[in-house]
Design a protein around this ligand. Sequence first.
Ligand code: SF4
Ligand code: SF4
Length: 713
Amino acid sequence: MERSFKAEVAALRLGDGAVFRGEGILAVTKALLQSGVSYVGGYQGAPVSHLIDVLVDAEDMMAELGVHLETCTNEASAAAMLGASINYPLRGAVTWKSIVGTNVAADALSNLASPGVIGGALIILGEDYGEGASVIQERSYAYAMKSSMWLLDPRPDLPTIVRCVEKGFELSEASHAPVMLELRIRACHVTGEFVARNNRPGRYSALNRLAGPPRFDYARLSHPPVTFIHERLKVEQRFPAAQAFIREHKLNELIPGDLDDIGIVVMGGLTNSVLRALERLDLADIFGVSRVPILVLNVVYPPVPEELRAFCAGKRAVLVVEEGHPEYIEQALNVELRRADLQTRVLGKGPLPVAGEYTAEVLLNGLAAFLAEAQPARIDTRAILGKVGEIVSHRPKVAAALGELPARPPAFCTGCPERPVFSAIKLMQREIGPTHVSADIGCHSFGTLPPFSIGNSILGYGMSLASAAAVGPNMDRRSIAVMGDGGFWHNGLITGVASSLFNKGDGILIVMQNGYTSATGQQFMPSSPAGRTGEAPGMDVETTLRGMGVKWLRKVRTYGVARMVATLKDAMRTAERGLKVIIADGECQLVRQRRVRAENAERLNRGERVVQTRYGVDEEICTGDHSCIRLSGCPSLTVKPNPDPLRIDPVTTVIDSCVGCGLCGEVAHAAVLCPSFYRAELIRNPGWWDRTVAAWRHGVIATLGGYAPKGAA
Ligand code: SF4
Ligand code: SF4
């Protein structure tokens, strides 16, 4: 795991009246336990990976409550798991990263939303939108609309997040529809407190099992002809039931303000940013008391017409703060106001940008543009515009003073086992020529960045092989698909491998076998060396591929660059037709270092011998051409001034962060570069043999070098 929540998990036991302090994502877990869930599950991905991690760390506690925990192999399996709530009064929650996870889950979600649910079904979405996002910029909102599921977007403070989780289950049961709750990265990691309640077991659970299935009811199936009835139920019953529940339980909030000729309608998740921008304009205080009335939509879908009309009535203009494209809420508000014949102006996209994250500065400028347009009574708009100018005036000066800053793209960790594979592809391409490479989601996507710049397309998690299906047959040489073992189990096994074998594809698949879904925080997967119980799950990539009928399969240790190059060349040139798979085997270095560091510390404490491998560059031999850096991209390789006054090119040097993976030496060897790399062993708590060998070596070196051995008078 990237991070253990063992300590925080203890807080999940807090009962009635105790004050819970912690992160938003931990508050969600506590709210699930307080809501009487019978089952939870999901698939990891930022920004909700930690929810899965917390759930796994809290497994003992959930067992005490009879809650079933499932670490699903992809989002579709997580969504399908919610099927337990279609027929039974079981409350369940699943989580994943959106929009990508929702795309994967879409089929199951449609089939869940059509018959609807009896038990509350909640989907916690990590809405990965905006700066720092790692996926396509789309909104989950569209899924809510098309499938008639409800979308909560709670204000990022812990009491609201907890209330939305708890009310989300009730809303789901009252309207018989699944409910999604989206959390942006800041909401996941916002810290705060709330007054806890006792955890409670679900109505039915592992502690109190259901007595068999219900009477057969065709209406619970998402199958024609009842799907036509479901469509009507969504519109005629579930939609109005949800709106009535939202109104009755006041899920949306009204922040009053004295400037009542204007207002702001904001997605709940953006409320804190809007209040901060207003505070900088002296229109709110730091406690969230605002002069501008604000309608906070903790439920962004469905809209509640009565609330929208009541808020807008009598106002000259309202601003809709709705991040992302298209402007669904703005459109809905315009429709409701036309229906009610209200003449309030609706502004949104225009003062605010059409796309992109609404950061504090974007909102500051947007609010200023809105105020300039709306010209509310009782405030000096010109003074406010002047204030915005003052706040941002330093920006050009700062930019000029700093000059152009170097880009800092993400990169492989030092010693990552996946880096050598891209070095090998580069070396292979030097001889065979450029190849089409379809990349995938995962750490290996860093191979698309310099110094490798390898990868022509990314079509989704585990989709690389499938995305190359039509490339190879139209190209004069074989294409390569790169996929992680995480992507392999998530989707690649069926969409890529099975499809390629079925269609007699002739491409090359490289499976990066590092043992974990590393990019999301080293969660376990079917072929991990150990699962969440500590035992190996027992599935294996190689056995699975052979079982499916892959004939040409090679397993190569990733750090063996020369062997990897030879294997790649063989795969490119062999006359044998059919899918060729190279399993690039090497444990995630981040996991390895965490384990090895702890093990070494314990051994040192016990006074035992510890050996660490380091690599170095002999600066007298280094030619300064830096091919080693260009071919490996290791962050521990850098340059320093040449110690030889007759040479001006800086030499390569290895800095302390080196983990001794050996790639630089391997690359130098495979690419026939200069022989300047050396390998050294750093021995702590050396034994008598180490000391003897060291003394002997010093003696030989001193003799050959013509100076006195160390320690000699
Ligand atoms: S997390 Fe693991 S697999 Fe990912 S870049 Fe780091 S070492 Fe490589
Ligand atoms: S400097 Fe060489 S041995 Fe050290 S981490 Fe980088 S590639 Fe590996």
